[in-house]
Each structure stands twice: as structure tokens, then as C-alpha cells.
Design a protein around this ligand. Structure first.
Ligand code: ATP
Length: 268
């Protein structure tokens, strides 16, 4: 169980996240939604300690992760893998080596520096690529891939970290609709097939409704909605997004997703 208690983060005089209290059960697929600047990225980045809270605590299975230092902090970051909008791959390296980077925390420092990967690690990395139908790209340079392929490599890299939680910060923001679906399906597969908790910041309300089983709506740093997608009425969504509502809401979204938890093609 991930427990966030009284967490706030200020940058100078600006409060990015204000007094957030949440409990997140293992195996959830959470969508964090809200307009630009609502505090979604800051919240996610605090969970794996890329940013430290100004106040409050974050604990996982009873361990205070806000107090971790050194190796214990590195171990937590490995358990709490992050996926970014811009993929964060090493472009000049091949796909397999990029995925193996997810094993860095599991091998000795000497092996990591010399990039001496064991057969088991390589097999694991290849298996992860196979999960997302891109094992055939293992030998290609990462920067020769399309955005959707690169994001699947990043998801495979996260998977070989053997994480308990995957944090995805706007993972589809730079992708076209076809690749958006491929990447969201990959995250759904990670969640349903491997039971890994996924917490995903999403700009599109339609996607959040379609893929997530719980939505956390943020506004001006505060959590203003927390519930099942079906509980987020069109009026509540308009309150959450204000002037951006038209941009993020499909006019027929309520109808489209009514009684349909997630896209059938995405089933694990
Ligand atoms: N490192 C920083 N220094 C100063 N201000 C920051 C920093 N990071 C975030 N902020 C501010 O905190 C607020 C919340 O930002 P955050 O990026 O968490 O929002 P967001 O909901 O993820 O927005 P977006 O959807 O545009 O990414 C914004 O006003 C932002 O300008």
C-alpha cells in the first residue's frame, strides 16, 4: 500500500502540491488528471523522490520513503519506475542495451560500469521487449525508432526493474493516436498481466476514463476528485478543467465509455 499523508510541495512562494492525502492499493491503474499546472507532475516526481516534499510523508508498505537515503533511496527508485513524456532513452545505444539499463540497480558497480550483462539479464530484457512486440528491434539504435516504439522500449526498461509501481508522466503526450493506443495498451498489460500498480498523468480525460480504474483529479495543487471514472460527471469534469474542458473532453465521452470499463483490444 502506498500512503501519501499531508504532502505539500512549494517552489519559492508557489505551492505546486497542497496537503495531498491518498492511499493507493497494490494493482491499481490510477489516472491523475487536471489542467496544466495543477501539480500532477510534481506529485508523481515526489513519489519516486525526484522532488522532495516540503511537508508530509510518503510511505510504502509501512516504510517512510521520504526518509530514504543512499542505496535505500536508489532501491526505492528502482521499485518505483518512472516513464517520461520524452522517453529518456540513450539514442546512440541499441534497444537491448537501453532496456538493460533498467537492471543497473541489480548488478555490481563494476558490471554496470563495464556494461557486462549476464545472460539472465539479457534474456529478461529480450522477454520484456517480446511482451510489447518489439524484440525484433533489439539490435537497432534507439534514436532510429518511432515515438511509439521508443516509449515501448522505455516501458520494457521499466519492467526489467521489477518494480512494484510504474509512474508514467504524460507518457503519450508526444504520440499520434495509433501509438497512443499501443502505449496505453502496453501500460494496461503491465498492470493487468504483472499486477504492477500504474499511476499515470494524463491530459486526455477520454483516455483516463477508458483505461484507468480510479481517477485522481487535481486543481491548484489539491485533490478535488478521487473516485471511479463513472463517478466523474461532465459537470465535475468541467469544474476540474475550466476553460480547457473542451480540449480534453470528447463530447460523447460519457456515452462512449458508459458501461465499458476499458477497450476490449487492450485486455491482458
Ligand atoms: N522546479 C520548479 N520550480 C518552480 N516552479 C515549479 C517547478 N516545478 C513545478 N513548478 C510549478 O508548480 C506548479 C505545478 O506544476 P506541475 O508541473 O506539477 O503541474 P502539472 O499539472 O504536471 O502541469 P502540466 O500538465 O502542464 O505538466 C506549476 O505552477 C509549475 O509552474
Amino acid at each position: 500500500m502506498l500512503a501519501i499523508k499531508g504532502v505539500s510541495r512549494r517552489f519559492g512562494g508557489k505551492t505546486a502540491v497542497a496537503d495531498v492525502n491518498l492511499e493507493i492499493a497494490p494493482g491499481a491503474f490510477i489516472g491523475v488528471i487536471g489542467r496544466s499546472g495543477a501539480g500532477k507532475s510534481t506529485l508523481l516526481r515526489m513519489l519516486n523522490r525526484l522532488v522532495d516534499p516540503s511537508e508530509g510523508t510518503i510511505s510504502f508498505d509501512g516504510v517512510d520513503v521520504t526518509a530514504l537515503r543512499g542505496q535505500a533511496l536508489r532501491d526505492w527508485r528502482a521499485r518505483c519506475a518512472m516513464i517520461f513524456q520524452q522517453f529518456n532513452l540513450i539514442g546512440r545505444l541499441d534497444v537491448l542495451t537501453n532496456v538493460l539499463m533498467g537492471r543497473l540497480n541489480k548488478v555490481s558497480t563494476a558490471s554496470a560500469v563495464l556494461q557486462l550483462w549476464g545472460l539472465e539479464d539479457k534474456a529478461m530484457a529480450l522477454a520484456a521487449l517480446e511482451q510489447f512486440d518489439i524484440a525484433n528491434l533489439a539490435g537497432q539504435r534507439a534514436d532510429s525508432l518511432s515515438g511509439g516504439q521508443q516509449q515501448r522500449v522505455a516501458i520494457a526498461r521499466a519492467l526489467v526493474q521489477e518494480p512494484s509501481i510504474i509512474l508514467a508522466d504524460e507518457p503519450i503526450a508526444s504520440l499520434d493516436p495509433r501509438n497512443t493506443k499501443v502505449v496505453m495498451d502496453a501500460l494496461l498489460r503491465i498492470n493487468k498481466h504483472f499486477g504492477i500498480t500504474v499511476i499515470c498523468n494524463l491530459h486526455s480525460l477520454d483516455l483516463a476514463r477508458g483505461y484507468c480504474d480510479r481517477l485522481i483529479g487535481m486543481s491548484a495543487g489539491r485533490v478535488v476528485f478521487d473516485g471511479a471514472p463513472a463517478a466523474l460527471t461532465a459537470d465535475a469534469a468541467r469544474d476540474l478543467y475550466g476553460l480547457e474542458a473542451g480540449e480534453v473532453m470528447d463530447a460523447d465521452a460519457d456515452v462512449k465509455w458508459a458501461g465499458q470499463a476499458r477497450p476490449a483490444s487492450a485486455a491482458a
